[in-house]
Design a protein around this ligand. Structure first.
Ligand SMILES: Cc1cc2nc3c(=O)[nH]c(=O)nc-3n(C[C@H](O)[C@H](O)[C@H](O)COP(=O)(O)O)c2cc1C
Length: 217
């Protein structure tokens, strides 16, 4: 393969492209729309797309914050948070909650959202969202680079202790991601992906080792 078959860069020296491709390549990412409670009792809500699930049993989800942001500070103190699903009818509200709210003002108010009391934690849920996961903090990890230097990035992990799924989001007891208009974050300054029926296909896991020819099979 010739040298120019791949564009190559080492992140420590910059990417040399008009826009950093990293977040567009590791994409689309589910959005961690996280509610937490401040020491002053004001409910905080913010989106984090460096978010995912990390354990099945027990279920553990987590997000990563570039900087010690309000959500991390609140969760460190209260040891609780709630994850709320973002669908297409909520994208503008979700985006609005990324703006830093003035002290004592909740992003719930800013985005015109309704708080719904949680069952097991004090942080409220987003009533307009079809799925909520109440979480108890398990770890806050400060990330390090390969040389061991501490970064201004914190990863927050929490065990899901209670799940709420709106009844109409279940068909025959099954949650079908593509029927909920689920929205994921892609790259660029503001690209998103909506999961539709056309983007879903099924692949069975192999039961035995078998040889495939990439791109041809
Ligand atoms: C879709 C979306 C995804 C975001 N993902 C992240 C992220 O993964 N990490 C991060 O630090 N900030 C992220 N942000 C920015 C935060 O939401 C923003 O800094 C917010 O004000 C943090 O709120 P807080 O200080 O109340 O926690 C994202 C913003 C948007 C709109």
């Amino acid at each position: 393969m010739s040298d120019d078959a791949f564009y190559r860069y080492e992140p420590k020296d910059g990417h040399g492209l008009p826009h950093d491709p990293f977040a567009a390549i590791i994409a689309p990412r589910p959005i961690g729309w996280i509610s937490s409670l401040g020491a002053d009792g004001v409910a905080n809500l913010a989106p984090y797309s460096f978010f995912n699930a990390f354990s099945y049993r027990p279920p553990i989800i987590g997000f990563s914050s570039s900087g010690w942001k309000d959500s991390v500070r609140n969760i460190e103190r209260s040891r609780e948070f709630v994850w709320n699903l973002t669908n297409e009818s909520l994208v503008h509200a979700m985006n609005a909650t990324a703006a830093p709210a003035a002290a004592h003002e909740s992003e719930f108010t800013l985005a015109g959202l309704t708080m719904l009391e949680s069952d097991l934690v004090r942080a409220p849920r987003v009533a307009e969202s079809p799925v909520h996961m109440e979480c108890r903090l398990t770890q806050i990890e400060r990330l390090r680079d390969a040389g061991g230097a501490e970064l201004e990035t914190w990863m927050v992990l929490g065990e899901v202790v209670c799940v709420h799924i709106r009844a109409d989001a279940l068909r025959d007891g099954v949650f079908h991601t593509h029927e909920q208009g689920v929205v994921l974050r892609s790259g660029g300054a503001g690209d998103y992906v909506r999961v539709g029926a056309e983007s879903v296909f099924t692949l069975e896991r192999p039961k035995t080792a078998e040889k495939v020819r990439p791109g041809r099979d």
